[in-house]
Design a protein around this ligand. Structure first.
Ligand code: SF4
Length: 337
């Protein structure tokens, strides 16, 4: 009888943790958690290319249900030609970039006076691709349209908006905005009466969220709900800091920072431009701290899908300590209270 083999699909990325492992499917944006030993066997077998029968002979019958589960859930495939192991190419996780800044967060409260057109123009000169505009109040609809228009002739390709609940606006107003503004891909209304999400045309997202957000302090929360399973997050987590790399922020007071929650200020937009601040080497000092350099995280099976936070960390004296809000212990494979 012909031998049957098993391997993971190329788009399913195995990540070994101390106790457990994850397999992250970057095509379906899903992940599965398994014992580390099982994933290790599958990984080693890429080299040895043993059939399932041979693997069971060596490691025992307990391996079989795991392989069957991975197959049933679409993370791997059976085949009967051993050369298939080499036929599927590995994914290239290197970063290939042309820009100096890839993403920016611009915060506003009711007293903010920064000139968004000036900021948008500078971001374009740096080839910035993604922008998040966060309003800790409920601006009029016309203000949102105007602010979005500043990016019309920019390099920015995607815009995300977080905005306070305006009682004069209806869901249909937000849906219309998402439809007409091509760059706008996600709009979240905080301080809303209810919680509801819509996935619209072109996978654009509208969210109503009852959470009251008055400032940038809600940032840096580590929770499985916020795991990001896609090739960009995985590439960043392998190579650089998944939150701060090539990020620039302007807080509600106009201070230029790595992240609006950070206390480190590199200048104020009223006196200095983003272009001038880019020459400050301290701005980039955390850009290359990837997950494999961070204590505890480096042994965690979630490290390639968990967005890092370098601002709220467990030991402020140690820039390599893990994010403060994380209560997961990869050594025990459990969450602590
Ligand atoms: S230990 Fe680190 S990588 Fe793991 S969940 Fe916590 S913050 Fe994320």
């Amino acid at each position: 009888m012909a031998s049957i083999y098993f391997d993971l699909y190329s788009c399913c990325v195995p990540v070994l943790g101390f106790q457990r492992a994850t397999i992250c499917d970057i095509q379906r944006n899903s992940y599965v958690v398994l014992p580390r030993s099982i994933v290790n066997i599958i990984l080693e077998n890429k080299q040895f290319k043993r059939s399932i029968d041979s693997l069971v002979e060596i490691y025992g019958q307990t391996l079989l249900p795991w392989i069957e589960r991975l197959h049933a859930e679409g993370y791997g495939h059976y085949f009967n030609n051993v050369s298939t192991y080499d036929a599927l190419p590995d994914i290239d996780f290197n970063l290939y970039e042309y820009n100096s800044v890839s993403n920016a967060i611009i915060d506003f409260d009711e007293d903010s006076s920064h000139d968004l057109q000036v900021i948008a123009d500078d971001l374009s000169l740096l080839y910035c691709e993604a922008v998040e505009l966060r309003y800790y109040f409920a601006p009029p609809f016309e203000r949102l349209i105007k602010d979005l228009s500043y990016f019309n002739n920019s390099t920015v390709r995607t815009i995300e908006i977080l905005v306070g609940n305006n009682p004069n606006l209806r869901v249909r107003n937000y849906k219309k905005l998402l439809k007409t503004e091509k760059r706008l891909f996600r709009l979240t209304v905080h301080s809303s009466q209810k919680r509801k999400n819509w996935i619209l045309e072109d996978k654009k997202v509208l969210c109503l969220d009852p959470m009251i957000i008055k400032d940038s302090s809600h940032c840096g929360i580590v929770d499985p709900r916020y795991f990001s399973i896609n090739i960009n997050t995985i590439k960043d987590s392998i190579n650089v800091n998944s939150c701060l790399y090539k990020k620039i922020s302007v807080d509600a007071k106009g201070n230029i920072k790595n992240c609006p929650s950070s206390s480190k200020i590199f200048g104020n937009i009223k006196n200095e431009s983003i272009l001038q601040v880019m020459d400050n080497p301290s701005l980039k000092e955390m850009w290359l701290i990837n997950k494999s350099l961070i204590n505890v995280c480096k042994d965690c099976e979630f490290r390639l899908i968990c967005i890092d936070c370098r601002v709220n960390i467990q030991n402020p004296a140690d820039i390599y300590s893990k994010p403060k809000s994380c209560n997961y212990d990869p050594y025990q494979a459990e969450y602590t209270l």
